[in-house]
Design a protein around this ligand. Sequence first.
Ligand code: ADP
Ligand code: ADP
Length: 232
Amino acid sequence: QVAARADGVWKVYGSGEAQVVALRGVNVELERSRYTAIMGPSGSGKSTLMHCLAGLDTVTRGDVYIGATKVTGLKDKALTRLRRQQVGFIFQQFNLLPTLSAEENILLPLSIAGRKPDQAWFDTVIETVGLRDRLRHRPSQLSGGQQQRVACARALVSRPEVIFADEPTGNLDSRSGAEVLGFLRDSVRSFGQTIVMVTHDPVAASYADRVIFLADGAVVSELHAPTADGVL
Ligand code: ADP
Ligand code: ADP
């Protein structure tokens, strides 16, 4: 089961002398219920690849799939609907709305999509991220780690095909970072969530099942964590 796929994806920004080739025919297949990290030096194309996979950015050549849906070629309206239904985002800067409570932030993607939350699932997500006693707080009343846990809950509550996390621990101290990473890993193990995370941090990447290394717009190597039935 493939949650997302890039097939020979090229991304070229600008033209003429200002032209930048950000991706050079990238092929990746992201299996369902896996935690994948994308690493590589600054400028290697990590954000571009993630944005193309998430349907936030168009590709110059090649195809992108989310689940069974071919993203490339979708019209804006269909693309927006696909992103709302199938994709969750976690950002370095949390991107919570300051005037809304934690609970309202968590439910926002569902409200925008006109969907009702499943109460049992909402409760499960809240227990998992440990936010039960913080639901009425505003973002400014929460620590960075708590804010990122709100963002994780917001991504998870709509049960998207894939959650894309862009440097999710970049603004956190190491203890809060470890909590968030542990929670993301739990959501893969317990709920079968698929997660793709861009990170510079080797500690963050060590939580993943698989690490894809990019350099100069191409996949140059890959690591897989041993599976339970793989070794010993
Ligand atoms: P990374 O996330 O690994 O730092 P990016 O995907 O952000 O790399 O960038 C890859 C290359 O594409 C870099 O050379 C960057 O300068 C260029 N790039 C990224 N976004 C744009 C853009 N909007 N316009 C022009 N060039 C861009
Ligand atoms: P950066 O990684 O440069 O700090 P962000 O993480 O804030 O930037 O955003 C990364 C990209 O995701 C940007 O190109 C932005 O347009 C897009 N983006 C930001 N917020 C949202 C959102 N709530 N929904 C969809 N796309 C978003």
